[in-house]
Design a protein around this ligand. Structure first.
Ligand code: NAD
Length: 366
């Protein structure tokens, strides 16, 4: 099959890590008989330098015409880069927000997976880690508290601030459907997280999720209060498969989930709309401190490319081949600097590799 992939390399380490993901996709294409055409789309600082804005209308059109988007990261050093002297709507990040809106990317999926080989970086105790965990957070991305009306005003001489949390049935239904669909491709379990003992929006959330769940008899599901979920993630993360939740709860829980893997630099993410289209990017930023040094870890971007194959192109076998290749290089003790052990006595058993080598090693093993 042939796929047209929009590529937003972006800024900082973006071009370095995306180059390796493209290398791995090309290797997958050769092995499984697919063609991936890549079209570079400018966004972020690099677009500001060329066009004076972080995202042009032409770039949005090119993104819309793609089958999916693979992204590195955007932005620079927020203290020293001239991009951050610009008004906020002209800064690099404004491009990403505009693109998410233009493409209606309301569903954000962030997996948190513990690699056996990186187990020592996990901050949890061995008896809690058990045989490991493999969960994913499906977070609503375009509604709720972050997009509700807000105001700060003075009442009787005292400042008072208000934020509003609104969800419609339609918004809840479409994210719930996404979560159940993803669960079908995983361990077939959904945990819907809310605060239904207090919030009206959560009670509506529960009712709508119940209705959606009825259409997925093969997926087991449960409701959990958000405060309990925050505890359960550090008490027994192995119990979760897909955690479905609203925007702010998802923001907080997904960082907690990433943290317990001990290696944020290894995690990809997907932002999707109600078609097969998605934007796939690593969870980290543009790391301006190490840009151009060929030492960045490309694995999160390579795993984001695997997510693209699975969720946008339905190429499950090919996605699994990439994931297994990543596990294999870790098993063979290759490490980029960010995932190298801190223990001096253990260092001799590992081989320190650069960005390009890590890409080559994974591409060779798909
Ligand atoms: P960051 O994630 O870029 O860097 C934090 C630390 O992690 C740095 O020490 C960096 O060297 C390291 N790091 C990050 N990715 C790595 C990788 N793949 N391999 C090895 N080390 C890695 O966060 P920051 O410094 O807070 O942000 C830098 C810029 O990135 C800012 O402009 C920020 O706005 C932007 N950013 C962009 C996105 C995005 O494009 N979606 C997301 C987050 C931050």
């Amino acid at each position: 099959m042939q796929f047209h992939v929009g590529v937003i390399s972006g800024d900082g380490i973006g071009p370095e890590i995306v180059r390796e993901a493209k290398k791995v996709l090309t290797s997958v294409g050769k092995k499984y008989g697919h063609t991936f055409e890549f079209e570079e789309i400018l966004m972020g600082g690099v677009s500001i330098d060329v066009h004076g804005v972080p995202l042009t209308d032409e770039a949005i059109e090119a993104a819309k015409a793609s089958d999916a988007i693979l992204m590195g990261s955007i932005g620079g050093n927020t203290t020293t880069s001239p991009w951050y002297q610009l008004p906020s709507d002209l800064r690099p990040e404004a491009g990403l927000l505009k693109l998410r809106k233009a493409l209606n990317l309301f569903a954000n999926l962030r997996p948190a997976y513990l690699y056996k080989e990186l187990r020592e970086s996990c901050p949890l105790k061995d008896e809690i880690i058990g045989s490991g965990f493999d969960l994913a957070i499906m977070r609503e991305l375009t509604g709720g508290l972050y997009f509700g009306e807000r105001e700060t005003k003075e009442v009787n001489g005292i400042l008072q601030a208000t934020d509003t949390l609104t969800y419609s049935e339609k918004e809840i239904k479409r994210i719930a459907v996404k979560a159940f669909e993803i669960a079908l491709k995983r361990k077939k379990k959904v945990t819907s997280v809310d605060k239904a003992n207090v919030l009206d929006s959560s009670r509506l959330w529960r009712g709508v999720v119940d209705e959606v769940a009825a259409d997925y008899p093969d997926v087991s599901y449960e409701h959990m209060l958000v405060d309990n979920c925050a505890m359960q993630l550090v008490r027994d993360p192995g119990q979760f498969d897909v955690i479905l939740t609203e925007n702010m709860f998802g923001d907080i829980l997904s960082d907690e989930a990433s943290m317990i893997t001990g290696s944020i630099g290894m995690l990809g993410s997907a932002s999707m709309n109600d078609t097969k289209f998605g934007l796939y990017e690593p969870s980290g930023g543009s790391a301006p401190d190490i840009a151009g040094k060929n030492i960045a870890n490309p694995i999160a971007t390579i795993l984001s490319a695997a997510m693209m194959l699975r969720f946008s192109f339905d190429l499950d076998k090919e996605a699994a081949a990439i994931e297994q290749a990543v596990e294999q290089v870790l098993k063979e003790n290759y490490r980029t600097v960010d995932i190298m052990t801190n223990k001096e006595e253990e260092k001799p058993q590992f081989e320190l590799v650069r960005t390009t080598q890590m890409g080559d090693l994974i591409a060779e093993r798909v």
